[in-house]
Design a protein around this ligand. Structure first.
Ligand SMILES: *[C@@H]1O[C@H](CO)[C@@H](O)[C@H](O)[C@H]1NC(C)=O
Length: 183
C-alpha cells in the first residue's frame, strides 16, 4: 500500500512539473492572474442535500466552476489524496468517511482562489466556525472536524496535486485547455 502511494506521489510530482513548465497553459494563467483550487462537497454535504446551496454560494462569490464531477472515492484514491495525514490518528476515520458516499468535486477559478475559497468555507472545526464565521459554509453544514461538509486545498501546489488526483485527465493536458473551453 505504502509503495503504491509513493509511486503515485512520484508520478504526481513528475506531472506537476510538466504542468508548471507547460509554456502555453501557465502563461495564460498568469496573464489573467487567475488561480485554481479544488472544492469538494464531502459525503456528509451530499447526504445532507447541501450541494445546490454550496454551488449557489460558489457562483454568487464570482468563482468560475471550470470542472465538476460527482464521484465516489475509492480507497486508493482517498489514501493518495490524504497521503500527508498517513500517520495521523484520524487517518483511518478520515478515509472511511471520505469513501462512505458520493462527493462532488469542482475546480474553481478566481483571483486568489485558494485563499478566497478557504475564507468562504471557514475553519476546519465547524464549532469554531459557528462562533468565528457564522456565515461560512462549515458553520452552516459541518458537524465535526472530519465531517465538515467541504474540502478546500490549502495552497496552490496542493490544489494542483489534488486536482490531478481527482480529475485524472489533467495528465493529458486537457485541463490546461479547459480553463478556456469549459466556461
Ligand atoms: C434539497 O435542496 C434543494 C436546493 O437547496 C431544495 O430545493 C430541495 O427541496 C431539497 N430537498 C430535500 C429533500 O430537502
Amino acid at each position: 500500500m505504502v509503495r503504491s502511494c509513493c509511486c503515485c506521489i512520484i508520478l504526481c510530482s513528475v506531472t506537476i512539473c510538466v504542468i508548471f513548465y507547460s509554456p502555453s497553459g501557465e502563461a495564460n494563467a498568469d496573464i489573467h492572474g487567475r488561480e485554481r483550487t479544488l472544492a469538494v462537497v464531502k459525503p456528509d454535504g451530499v447526504r445532507g442535500n447541501h450541494t445546490d446551496a454550496i454551488k449557489a454560494t460558489i457562483e454568487g462569490s464570482g468563482f468560475d466552476i471550470v470542472k465538476e464531477m460527482s464521484l465516489q472515492l475509492d480507497l486508493m484514491t482517498a489514501q493518495i489524496l490524504y497521503f500527508e495525514h498517513y500517520r495521523k490518528p484520524f487517518f483511518q476515520e478520515l478515509i472511511n468517511f471520505m469513501t462512505s458516499g458520493p462527493i462532488v468535486a469542482m475546480v474553481l477559478e478566481h483571483d486568489n482562489a485558494v485563499e478566497k475559497w478557504r475564507k468562504l468555507i471557514g475553519p476546519t472545526d465547524p464549532n469554531k466556525a459557528r462562533i468565528e464565521q457564522p456565515n461560512s459554509i462549515r458553520a452552516i453544514c459541518g458537524s465535526s472536524t472530519t465531517q465538515n461538509c467541504v474540502h478546500g486545498s490549502d495552497s496552490s501546489a496542493a490544489a494542483n496535486r489534488e486536482i490531478m488526483i481527482i480529475f485524472k485527465d489533467v495528465q493529458s493536458g486537457e485541463a490546461t485547455n479547459s480553463r478556456h473551453d469549459e466556461l
